[in-house]
Write a protein that binds this ligand. Structure first.
Ligand SMILES: NC(=O)c1ccc[n+]([C@@H]2O[C@H](COP(=O)([O-])OP(=O)(O)OC[C@H]3O[C@@H](n4cnc5c(N)ncnc54)[C@H](OP(=O)(O)O)[C@@H]3O)[C@@H](O)[C@H]2O)c1
Length: 333
C-alpha cells in the first residue's frame, strides 16, 4: 500500500469540555525501532482520555499528544527490528497515545493478534481494559480461583471486563453500579450479586453475601469516602486495588483495620509503565486470556460506536455515564 501524505486525526485543541476535541489533519507517525505502523480501523474511548482532555492526565514523555490508548487495525509498515508481525496482519494494541487517528504507531510487544471471531470494533475495545484488569486484579490483587472479588463501577469498560475475567478464573464476583439497568448488566456478565449503591450500603450487603467475612479483593475506581468503607468490606488478608479517584483522592479517618486485619492497599496506573512491563502483561494476556476471548467465554461489551470525527460526542456520552461497556471510534478504513 502506498501511504497517504497525511491523515485524519482528533486534535486536543487546549484543555476543557468535549468541544476541544477537533477533527484535523496531520502527517503520519513513523514507526521507530521495534514499532509497527497500524492503519486504524477502530479506537477505544476510555475515561483516562476524558481526564487527559481536562488537563488532568498528561501523556508520559515521548508519547503522542493525540488522545487514544487502544486501537485495532492492519499493520502497514514495520520499524527496524520489529519482526513479530508482518504487513497485512490484523492486530489490536495498547498505545500510550495517538489512537484517535487513521494511523498510529505501537511498540510491537504491546500488540496482539485480533482474537479469532472478534470484529475490529470489538478488538479495539480489548487492550486498555484487559491490560488494566489483568495487572491490577490478578497481578497486584493476586485474585485466585475460589476467592471473592468486589468490582466497583461494574458496568464501566473496566468493570465489564473485570467481572467476566474474574468469573472465567472461577472467582465469585460482586459488583456495584448506579442504576437497575447497570446492575442487570453486571448479573448477565456473571456477577453473583449486583449492588445499586444509590439504594443500598455495599458494605452491609457484602458482609451478608460473605457470611460476615468480607471479600478477598476489591477493584476500586472511586476512592474518596469509599476507601474506609472498602477496608470494612475486606476479609482478613484482603487486598484493595485502587485504579482511579472518581470520588476524589483525599481521605481521612481511622485506618486501624489495615493492621488488625492484615490488609493490603495498593494501586497503579498503566500508561506511564515501561514498554517492557506492558510487554509482560501482553504475554500473560496472550497465554491466559486470548484463548478465552477466542472461545467466546469473555468478550468486550460494546455500547456504541461513533465516527472518528465525532470524538466530542463520544466523550459527552462517556461523561453522561449512561453507557454500559465500551465506546468506540471508527475510521473510514
Ligand atoms: N489505573 C489505571 O491503569 C486505569 C486504566 C484505565 C482506566 N482507569 C480508570 O478506571 C475507571 C473506569 O474507566 P472506564 O474507561 O471503564 O470508564 P467508564 O466506562 O466511563 O466508567 C466509569 C464508571 O464509574 C462510575 N462512577 C462511580 N463514581 C463515579 C463518579 N464520581 N464520577 C463518574 N463516574 C463514576 C460510573 O458508573 P455508575 O453509574 O455505576 O456510577 C461510570 O460508568 C476510570 O476512572 C479510569 O480512569 C484506570
Amino acid at each position: 500500500m502506498t501511504l497517504p501524505k497525511d491523515m485524519a486525526y482528533v486534535k486536543l485543541d487546549g484543555f476543557g469540555g468535549p468541544e476541544v476535541l477537533r477533527p484535523d489533519r496531520t502527517s503520519l507517525p513513523e514507526p521507530k525501532e521495534g514499532e509497527i505502523l497500524v492503519q486504524v480501523a477502530a479506537a477505544g474511548v476510555n475515561r483516562p482520555d476524558v481526564q487527559q482532555r481536562l488537563g488532568q492526565y498528561n501523556p508520559p514523555p515521548g508519547a503522542s499528544p493525540i488522545p487514544g490508548l487502544e486501537i485495532a487495525g492492519k499493520v502497514i509498515a514495520t520499524g527496524a527490528g520489529a519482526s513479530q508481525f508482518s504487513v497485512g496482519d490484523e492486530v489490536c494494541a495498547l498505545v500510550a497515545g495517538g489512537g484517535y487517528a487513521e494511523f498510529c504507531v505501537a511498540p510491537e510487544v504491546q500488540a496482539l493478534p485480533v482474537p479469532k471471531g472478534l470484529s475490529m470494533i470489538e478488538a479495539a475495545g480489548v487492550p486498555e481494559t484487559f491490560f488494566t484488569v489483568w495487572t491490577n486484579v490478578f497481578d497486584r490483587g493476586r485474585l485466585k480461583s475460589g476467592e471473592t472479588l468486589l468490582v466497583h463501577g461494574g458496568s464501566s469498560g473496566i468493570g465489564t471486563t473485570a467481572i467476566q475475567l474474574a468469573k472465567a478464573f472461577d472467582a465469585r464476583v460482586f459488583a456495584t453500579a448506579g442504576n437497575a439497568e447497570k446492575c442487570d448488566a453486571c448479573l448477565e456478565l456473571g456477577a453473583e450479586a449486583a449492588i445499586n449503591y444509590r439504594q443500598e450500603d455495599f458494605v452491609d450487603r457484602i458482609k451478608k453475601l460473605t457470611d460476615g467475612e468480607g471479600v478477598d479483593v476489591i477493584l476500586d475506581m472511586v476512592g474518596g469516602d469509599y476507601v474506609l468503607r472498602n477496608l470494612n468490606a475486606l476479609a482478613i488478608e484482603g487486598r484493595l486495588v485502587q485504579i482511579a479517584w472518581l470520588g476524589g483522592p483525599k481521605v481521612s479517618g481511622d485506618f486501624m483495620k489495615l493492621l488488625t486485619r492484615r490488609l493490603t492497599w495498593t494501586g497503579s496506573t498503566l500508561r506511564p509503565r515501561s514498554v517492557a512491563e506492558k510487554a509482560e502483561i501482553a504475554a500473560s494476556l496472550r497465554a491466559k486470556v486470548w484463548p478465552l476471548l477466542e472461545r467466546g467465554e469473555v468478550k468486550p461489551i460494546i455500547h456504541k460506536t461513533f465516527p472518528l470525527a465525532e470524538a466530542a460526542e463520544a466523550h459527552r456520552l462517556m461523561e453522561s455515564s449512561t453507557h454500559i461497556g465500551k465506546i468506540i471510534l471508527l475510521t473510514a478504513a
